[in-house]
Design a binder for this molecule. Structure first.
Ligand code: 0X9
Ligand code: ZN
Length: 304
């Protein structure tokens, strides 16, 4: 049975999501963030415990194919929202509508299983190379900084903003529900950072004091359980300039006032091992990020 002691292939997780929709028909709805270049579905679940309108939280993971802990943590959170008996988790499930896409880059993820574990991008052919970086492809200050115009680069921004059908169609889905979304969360790995806009400029978002308050509560909460230290801040200063990321687009163009990117475990490693978080750490890494999101949602709620 599906569990969090191992990493799964795309179809295993999609079949598990389909089984959830069958098991919890009044709570789980399958949603589709569009199709990929290779015609796979970008499958998501909406978790909604009643028909009344509630604030929405959007969680996308797996934009980068090799960051396997990201989709694993997203499915862990889906499962907890549906099965946990803890009051703190039940409150999250009862009081919010969740829109979760564990695999924002399915073609890339399949490729990391079949051919190249270190693949990052989409699989769109561009001359003799493949793929654009789907976290440099969103239409907000696209390709201004921290991205490449070389199709063979791992940070290739693509020939134009939203050139990738994956980012175009997922962005269209998000745009269709933007007024309901109070918080957008993106899961990546690795480095143990929590990041907020912007990536294209050192200028801070106009509500940076709110961001910093939510950030502080979120990184305090993530260390409680296993003493795991996260740092971060605005992306430009905390890691590096990078334009065209999903959370910057959500914040900068959709009016989503709270948008964060988690760079999950491990803290640091060589690129060869950093993306290969041992499967025994899926559960602790996911538990602590759910602790953090619980605190994050509580702080966001206080903002009104
Ligand atoms: O470079 C990236 O896209 C992310 N790091 S990763 O090692 N997972 O590739 C950082 C993205 C954060 N950027 C913004 N939120 N703007
Ligand atoms: Zn990433």
């Amino acid at each position: 049975d599906y569990n969090w002691a191992q990493y799964y292939e795309l179809d295993d997780t999609y079949n598990w999501m389909i089984s959830l929709a069958n098991k919890y028909p009044h709570v789980v709805t399958l949603i589709e963030g569009g199709k990929t270049y290779q015609r796979r579905s970008i499958l998501g679940v909406k978790i909604s415990k009643s028909l009344s309108e509630k604030p929405g939280i959007l969680l996308e993971a797996g934009i980068h194919a090799r960051e396997w802990i990201a989709p694993a943590a997203a499915t862990f959170i889906i499962n907890q929202l549906l099965t946990s008996n803890l009051d703190s988790v039940k409150d999250l499930a009862d009081n919010y509508n969740w829109y979760v896409f564990p695999h924002a880059n399915p073609d890339g993820y399949v490729y990391t299983h079949t051919t190249n574990r270190m693949w990052r991008k989409t699989r769109t052919p561009y001359g003799k190379c493949f793929g654009a970086d789907p976290n440099r492809n969103w239409d907000f200050h696209w390709n201004e900084v921290g991205a490449s115009s070389d199709p063979c680069s791992d940070t290739y921004a693509g020939p134009s903003a939203f050139s990738e059908i994956e980012t175009l169609s997922l962005s269209n889905y998000i745009a269709s529900i933007k007024d309901k979304i109070h918080l957008h969360i993106s899961f990546h790995s690795y480095s143990q950072y929590l990041l907020y806009p912007y990536g294209h400029t050192a200028d801070l978002p106009d509500n940076v004091e709110d961001f910093q308050r939510v950030f502080n509560a979120s990184i305090a909460a993530i260390s409680q359980r296993y003493n795991t230290k996260y740092t971060g801040g605005n992306i430009y200063d905390a890691i590096y300039p990078a334009a065209g990321a999903s959370i910057d687009w959500a914040y900068g163009t959709q009016g989503v006032r709270m948008a964060f990117c988690y760079e999950l475990r491990p803290s640091s490693a060589s690129v060869l091992t950093g993306f290969k978080l041992p499967a025994e750490q899926i559960i602790p890494a996911s538990e602590e990020v759910l602790d953090s999101i619980t605190a994050m949602v509580g702080e966001v709620k206080k903002l009104g």
